[in-house]
Design a protein around this ligand. Structure first.
Ligand code: BEZ
Length: 247
């Protein structure tokens, strides 16, 4: 997927904002090394750096890494795929915020992460849990159908139980796997949901002519308004899965 890093930073910076809560799972320790997996434009990598001796930010998007390097030239960033991490027993912590739901093969992902971690290293991550943005996805899928397009769904939102069991299969000790609702206000007032869909459903919308895109976005707004519009803000029905596991 193509990411607009500037739009991401101005409209969707809440992604990193909420990630700050996850940082609190990490006590500062100058001897530890951290991999920020799916670091985006580097906002949380920078904050991780204050808690560690060394940090590397990795992201599959050259656009995002380009912007991260501009913003934080003193930090280490690299372009790389989560399913082909080139590290072996290198990190005390693999940290990841709002990334795993973009990766369909969680089994392979956990194998790669385990290989990147030192013995007794920790995976600390948060991403979409089963039911995440279900109201939006269902409405989007329905609107696509009405316009003659098939929405196949590109996200993987597991239950806490499924993911915990996958951790065990991959020889992690699961210390925490908790799913919780986190309704999330979208920036931009009336335009908030539309902006969000333009960013995150870009691959689907990109296959349609602009006028059809507009009609479809309007239809999704109509379908979701009773549940997600609170009179001044669109509240996306985010549901998170927070995980702490030891290798
Ligand atoms: C999420 O962070 O939960 C998310 C973001 C974009 C699309 C789907 C889910």
């Amino acid at each position: 997927m193509q990411w607009d890093s500037a739009l991401y930073d101005t409209q969707h910076d809440f992604v990193a904002e909420y990630g700050k809560g996850l940082l609190e799972c990490i006590a500062p320790d100058a001897s530890q090394s951290i991999l920020d997996l799916g670091c985006g434009t580097g906002t949380l990598t920078d904050q991780l750096a204050a808690r560690a001796g060394s940090v590397v930010g990795i992201d599959a998007s050259p656009e995002m890494i380009g912007r991260a390097k501009q913003r934080f030239p003193h930090l280490a960033f690299m372009v790389g795929d989560a399913l082909s991490l080139p590290f072996e027993r290198q990190f005390d912590i693999v940290f990841s915020n709002a990334v795993f739901h973009w990766i369909p093969d969680h089994d392979r992902l956990l194998k790669r992460i385990r290989r990147a971690l030192k013995a007794q290293g920790r995976l600390i991550c948060e991403f979409g849990a089963r039911g995440n943005v279900a109201t939006i996805e269902e409405a989007f899928s329905r609107a696509c159908g009405e316009h003659g397009y098939a929405y196949t769904g590109r996200f993987t939102f597991p239950t806490a139980e499924t993911f915990a069991s996958l951790l065990v299969d991959n020889r992690f000790t699961c210390e925490q796997a908790v799913a919780y609702d986190r309704p999330t206000p979208l920036r931009g007032g009336e335009q908030g949901l539309r902006n969000w869909m333009r960013q995150f459903f870009a691959a689907d919308l990109g296959t349609m002519p602009e006028r059809r895109q507009e009609a479809l976005l309007e239809r999704v707004e109509e379908l979701t308004r009773p549940r997600l519009w609170n009179g001044s803000v669109w509240m996306a029905d985010y549901r998170r899965l927070r995980v702490v596991a030891r290798s």
